[in-house]
Design a binder for this molecule. Structure first.
Ligand SMILES: C[S@@+](CC[C@H](N)C(=O)[O-])C[C@H]1O[C@@H](n2cnc3c(N)ncnc32)[C@H](O)[C@@H]1O
Length: 255
């Protein structure tokens, strides 16, 4: 806890990312990754492999969205393959900055990939809901773009901020709109686009009861070239009685 509090105080981040809770969430995810190092190992390895496979034979500029703490990104390998790697996230924690400095061809872009953060922060009950408008990389010439374990995360903070003012239908519509805008953004570049991320969440309890929920409501994906289970929160991580596993897919969207 102390480590995380210090990280929160000392990590440079846009004010809006602090105020809306993005920085806290990134630090919490990184701490969970450390606690669940073993449980997440295969997921991270499969993600790395999917990135290498899907970018085989490519060069030029690649953008990786949702870079996080790059635990699931084979940075050295991709840095050697591409002339330039653009790592996009709403916050970049210290290990990413260090790794980027060492490699020399990494650009860190600190951007909100929903395009709705300022409106989300300013929003007040009774006003029209903010709409997703991802445009962080607008005008860039890219040779490869990948969404890396990000899509299912994009609605988390917006729903946390607005959720108590919305009924179930409005919340579901907002979640679907954010996710649809993300896939539209990925497909808008004239280059191969890769999606890696959870497509289904499975909650189970100690008695073996299981409930599943789609992670990408409203999205129909092309066939995956790889698929695996990610034990995101084994028993004890969320609470003593609930475990969360995700079905993750690697899918070529275009190219
Ligand atoms: C589960 S992590 C991705 C895993 C990451 N590739 C790793 O190795 O740590 C999800 C990432 O999405 C980022 N994220 C969430 N919402 C975002 C937004 N609106 N814009 C940009 N990044 C966002 C988080 O900061 C976090 O780093």
């Amino acid at each position: 806890m102390l480590r995380e509090a210090l990280e929160w105080m000392t990590t440079p981040a846009p004010a809006i990312a602090r105020k809306l809770g993005y920085l806290g969430e990134a630090i919490a995810t990184s701490a969970r990754g450390r606690r669940q190092h073993k449980a997440w190992q295969e997921h991270r390895e499969r993600t790395r492999r999917a990135l290498v496979t899907a970018s085989e034979g490519l060069g030029g500029t690649a953008a990786l969205l949702g870079a996080g703490i790059i635990d699931d990104i084979p940075l050295a390998e991709l840095s050697a393959r591409f002339e330039k790697l653009v790592l996009v996230d709403i916050v970049h924690l210290a290990p990413v900055k260090q790794a980027a400095r060492q490699l020399g061809n990494i650009e860190l872009v600190c951007a909100d990939l929903t395009g709705m953060a300022p409106a989300l922060y300013r929003w007040q009950p009774g006003k029209a809901l903010p709409e997703p408008a991802p445009g962080a990389l607008a005008g860039r010439e890219l040779d490869f773009i990948a969404s890396v374990n990000l899509a299912g995360q994009l609605p988390v903070i917006p729903l946390r901020r607005l959720g108590r003012y919305l009924d179930e239908t409005q919340a579901a519509a907002l979640e679907a709109a954010i996710i649809a805008a993300h896939f539209g953004h990925l497909r808008s570049f004239n280059c191969p686009a890769l999606f890696i991320g959870e497509v289904e969440r499975r909650y189970s309890d100690r008695s073996g009861n299981t409930e599943t929920a789609p992670a990408l409501p409203g999205v129909t994906l092309p066939p995956a070239f790889d698929e695996w289970m990610w034990s995101l929160a084994p028993l004890g991580e969320i609470n003593r009685n609930t475990a969360l596993e995700c079905r993750v897919q690697a899918v070529r969207l275009t190219g």
